[in-house]
Design a binder for this molecule. Structure first.
Ligand code: FAD
Length: 380
């Protein structure tokens, strides 16, 4: 093979497609099934947005990634993305509002600032505090993650890639010309390039990189609204992230057909190990979230429909890790997406293909350097 991609979740399915589309003979290995619910890319919806509070340097990638998602939609003939508009809400000085505004201004993104009264007028089910404001941006919306993963897998196989499910990588080593892999079933595979897109398993598979990754357990909740269901419909209600003083940051989606109203804390700060993660959701998990949720959307937390556990793979600075392995230039890693990676899947696929084929990429990825945790701190 020209390349092996290990892990076919959000990122690996995209990497496999982009490599195959460029004519590479490529195989993908996935320990579970297609679009499974045991990693980080499940749960029916993901937010996509442009006025990126995390850092303005993501915006050029975001502008490109919208094109790539649309292109994938065209190829697959399926709806992968739903534009709803997005609200980044909180006090003006909160990280979410101030950060989103900075990104919008520095990149000239169209946006509106709404006062608490304006938020209530436009979205009557929201209850902002008196001094809370929101940045509203039109391009924000929802991605359907399982459909996205399946669309990338389909494009990959149509372009000639092999995708093997129920196939776990056990060990790999970089040889003089290429890499040698061994699967859990004892099969040996050789390839010129290895791409590691293993999500929460990255630390295990690329143990020699000593990346300071932590796995955070995060629970998604679905509710039925108590009343005014029509005001929660996607044509009237945006995706949102609320950063309220004294409350953990949380986000939510409009009421999606067949799904219910989904919302969740953005960070639980509940760190866990891969083997021992608690995948059951306690009544307390639900009650703690519902309490906070009601403070923002009193009509939101009606009957509890379900909850699901998902993993964030956190880096210390919450920026991604994308690049070539410092000791083995034919090994490319993409991980540490820190709970905000999904919207970037197709551009990560494109970048990984650039790195695997050309050894470099025109996209700005310096902030994601694999080596950055070794000696120097990063940031502004
Ligand atoms: C609750 C929650 C909400 C989120 N909300 C958003 C959001 O709104 N917007 C956003 O942009 N991002 C969001 N994210 C983050 C985003 O979903 C992740 O960053 C992204 O899905 C990570 O994709 P991945 O491919 O790295 O991981 P995964 O999709 O988990 O893929 C990794 C794959 O590698 C496989 N694998 C691992 N080890 C092996 C092995 N040894 N052999 C074979 N296969 C292996 C795994 O089985 C898995 O399928 C959210 C995440 C969670 C958990």
């Amino acid at each position: 093979y020209d390349a092996v991609v290990v892990g076919l979740g959000g990122m690996g399915s995209a990497a496999l497609a982009h490599l195959a589309a460029r004519g590479k003979r490529v195989v993908g290995l996935e320990q579970f099934g297609p679009a499974h619910a045991l990693g980080s890319s499940h749960g029916g919806s993901r937010i996509i947005r442009q006025a990126y509070f995390e850092h303005p340097s993501y915006v050029p990638l975001l502008l490109r990634v919208y094109e790539l998602w649309r292109d994938l939609e065209r190829r697959s003939g399926e709806r992968l993305m739903l534009r709803t508009g997005g609200l980044m809400a909180g006090f003006p000085e909160s990280e979410v509002v101030a950060g989103a505004l900075r990104s919008a201004r520095e990149n000239g993104l169209p946006h509106q600032m709404l006062s608490a009264a304006e938020i209530r007028r436009r979205f009557p089910v929201l209850h902002p505090l008196q001094n809370e404001v929101a940045l509203y941006e039109e391009p924000a919306g929802v991605l359907f993650p399982e459909a996205c993963v399946l669309a990338h897998l389909r494009w990959a196989t149509e372009a000639g890639a092999e995708a093997r499910f129920g196939t776990a990588l056990r060990a790999w080593r970089a040889a003089e010309h290429g890499v040698e892999l061994e699967t859990a079933a004892g099969e040996r595979i050789e390839a010129e390039t290895l791409v590691i897109t293993a999500g929460a398993w990255l630390g295990e598979i690329a143990a020699d990189l000593h990346l300071p990754l932590k796995i955070e357990r995060n629970v998604m909740h679905w509710f039925e609204p108590i009343a005014h269901a029509e005001d929660f419909a996607p044509d009237r209600f945006p995706v949102y992230i609320l950063h309220r003083e004294g409350v953990p940051m949380f986000y939510g989606m409009p009421l999606l057909p067949d799904q219910g109203l989904k919302a969740a804390f953005h960070h639980s700060t509940e760190y866990t190990e891969l083997r021992s993660i608690d995948r059951t959701v306690s009544a307390e998990d639900v009650a703690t979230f519902a309490q906070v949720f009601k403070g923002w959307i009193p009509d939101g937390a009606g009957r509890h429909l379900m909850s699901k556990v998902c993993m964030y793979t956190m880096t210390p600075d919450e920026h991604f890790v994308i690049g070539r392995h410092p000791a083995h230039h034919n090994v490319v890693v993409a991980g540490g997406f820190s709970g905000h990676g999904f919207k970037f899947c197709p551009i990560v696929g494109e970048i990984v293909a650039d790195l695997a084929i050309d050894g470099k990429t025109p996209h700005p990825i310096d902030a994601f350097a694999v080596e950055r945790f070794a000696a120097r701190p990063v940031g502004d």
